[in-house]
Design a protein around this ligand. Structure first.
Ligand SMILES: NC(=O)c1ccc[n+]([C@@H]2O[C@H](COP(=O)([O-])OP(=O)(O)OC[C@H]3O[C@@H](n4cnc5c(N)ncnc54)[C@H](OP(=O)(O)O)[C@@H]3O)[C@@H](O)[C@H]2O)c1
Length: 389
C-alpha cells in the first residue's frame, strides 16, 4: 500500500462532479441511496462543514463486518492478530471485491469495483488524502462514506523539519563541497536563514501541520496557522494563532518559512502561484510535504531560479515514475528544479511507507477502525468528499 501522488485534475472535472452530487444535496425527498446512508447515522452532506463538528467521528450505528482489502498486505498476519473475531476479512489482488463487502480498504478503486460491491458502505483509504479521481467517483456514490488513516503524520512532519533545516541552512551544497575537500562555503555568505524569532506560516494545521507547528515553536519561531476553520479547537493540540485562507496574502510578507500541509482539493490546487511567491521575503524557505500541484510548478521554478525566494524543500512532485522500471531516470518536474542549488529534493518519502514500524502502525490504525465498525462504533477520520479531505 502506498500514498502516491495524483495525476492532474482540472476544474471542469470538479464542476462536473459537483453537478453530479447536487441532486443529493437538494432538500427534495432523498434518493434511496441517501436514505440508506441516513439509516446508518451519517451526517448529511447538505449541512455546512461548520455545522458538522462530528464529521471526523461520524457514527456508524449499524455494525459493518465484511471487509475487503484491495491489495496484498505485507503485514497481514499482524493485522489479523489485531482484529476482533467479528471482522470477516478478505484480501484481493486488485480484482473485484466480493459482492457482500461492506468496507473496502484501498485508495483508488475503479467504478466497477465500487459498484460490484453492492453492500458497500465505507471506503477506508489507508493513508491521508482523497485522490481526485476517487473523489469524483465517490461524489456520485454518496451512500459510501470515506475515511482516512493518519498513522504516518509524525513521520511526515519529521521529514518536513529535516528538509526545512537542510534548505534553511544550505546543508546539501556544504556537504557536497566538503566531500571534495572544499571548505569555501565556510567563508562565504550562503544566505542561510536564521530561525530564532522568525515567523513560520503553516498552511493546514491538521495531523501533519500541528506537529510542524510544535517543532517550529521549539526553535523559537512565531507560528501562524492557516486553516479552513480557524476557530476550531482540538482538545489535544496547543492553540496556535490561526487565520482563514482568504487572509494568506497579508501573512506572506512576514513568512520566513512557508510550510504546505493542506490536502490537494479543488480549492488548494495551484493555491501558491507567482503572486503568492512574490509576496514572500527574498530569504524565505518554502516546504511542501503535501502534494506537488498545490504549488504552481512554473512559478516555483521561476521564483527559485531568479532568487525571488531563498530556498525550497520538496517531498512531493509533479511527475512520478510510471512503473518499476522508471524508478531511475524520472525527473520529478517538467522544469529543471534538480539543477538548482537552493532546492532540497526528496522522492516522496514523508509517509515512509516501507518502514516496518510505520507499516505496523498502519495495521494498528486500520484494525482500530475496522474493530470500531464491527461493533457499530464511530470510525475515526471521516472525509468530507465534497470538500475533498
Ligand atoms: N509527504 C508524504 O508522504 C505525506 C504523508 C502524509 C500526508 N501527506 C499529505 O499531507 C496532507 C495533510 O495531511 P494531514 O494528515 O495533516 O491532513 P488533515 O489532518 O486532514 O489536515 C488537513 C488540514 O488542512 C486544512 N485545510 C484543508 N483545506 C484547506 C483550505 N482550502 N485552506 C486552508 N486550509 C485547509 C484543514 O483545515 P481545518 O482543520 O480547519 O478543516 C486541516 O487543518 C494530506 O492530505 C496528504 O496529501 C503527505
Amino acid at each position: 500500500m502506498s500514498g502516491q501522488d495524483e495525476p492532474a485534475h482540472g476544474a471542469t472535472v470538479a464542476s462536473r462532479a459537483r453537478r453530479a452530487v447536487e441532486p443529493f444535496l437538494a432538500t427534495a425527498p432523498p434518493p434511496s441511496r441517501l436514505r440508506r446512508r441516513h439509516r446508518v447515522g451519517y451526517t448529511p452532506l447538505a449541512m455546512k462543514p461548520t455545522e458538522r463538528p462530528s464529521l471526523r467521528r461520524a457514527h456508524v450505528m449499524q455494525p459493518l463486518r465484511r471487509v475487503h482489502v484491495m491489495h496484498p498486505l505485507e503485514h497481514e498476519p499482524y493485522l489479523r492478530s489485531l482484529l476482533s473475531p467479528e471482522v470477516i476479512l478478505t484480501i484481493g489482488n486488485g480484482d473485484p471485491a466480493p459482492e457482500r463487502t461492506e468496507i473496502l480498504v484501498g485508495g483508488r478503486p475503479s467504478a466497477s469495483v465500487l459498484d460490484g460491491a453492492t453492500a458497500l458502505r465505507v471506503l477506508l483509504i489507508p493513508y491521508a488524502g482523497l485522490p481526485p479521481e476517487t473523489r469524483e467517483l465517490l461524489l456520485q456514490r454518496p451512500h459510501v462514506a470515506v475515511h482516512n488513516l493518519h498513522h504516518n503524520a509524525a513521520a511526515a512532519a519529521e521529514l518536513a523539519m529535516a528538509l526545512f533545516l537542510a534548505a534553511a541552512k544550505r546543508v546539501v551544497p556544504a556537504d557536497r563541497g566538503l566531500r571534495h575537500g572544499d571548505w569555501t562555503l565556510r567563508y562565504e555568505d550562503t544566505r542561510e536563514l536564521l530561525l530564532d524569532g522568525k515567523t513560520a506560516v503553516i498552511l493546514g494545521l491538521g495531523a501533519v501541520g500541528a506537529r510542524i507547528a510544535r517543532a517550529c515553536a521549539g526553535l523559537g519561531m512565531r507560528v501562524l496557522g492557516v486553516r479552513r476553520h480557524p476557530d476550531r479547537i482540538e482538545a489535544d493540540t496547543p492553540r496556535w494563532e490561526t487565520r482563514s485562507p482568504e487572509r494568506l496574502r497579508e501573512l506572506l510578507p512576514s513568512a520566513s518559512a512557508l510550510f504546505v500541509t493542506v490536502p490537494l482539493t479543488p480549492s488548494t490546487r495551484g493555491w501558491i502561484g507567482a503572486e503568492q511567491l512574490a509576496l514572500l521575503p527574498a530569504d524565505a524557505v518554502l516546504v511542501n510535504v503535501a502534494r506537488g500541484p498545490i504549488i504552481d510548478e512554473g512559478a516555483l521554478y521561476n521564483a527559485l531560479s531568479e532568487g525571488a525566494i531563498g530556498a525550497a524543500a520538496l517531498d512531493v512532485w509533479y511527475c512520478y515514475p510510471a512503473d518499476e522500471a522508471a524508478r531511475t531516470g524520472t525527473y520529478p518536474s517538467r522544469f529543471p528544479l534538480h539543477d538548482l542549488d537552493n532546492v532540497v529534493l526528496s522522492p516522496h518519502r514523508g509517509g515512509a511507507f516501507r518502514h516496518p514500524e510505520l507499516e505496523r502502525a498502519r495495521m494498528e490504525h486500520l484494525a482500530r477502525s475496522l474493530n470500531a465498525a464491527a461493533t457499530g462504533e464511530p470510525i475515526p477520520h471521516r472525509v468530507d468528499v465534497v470538500a475533498g479531505y
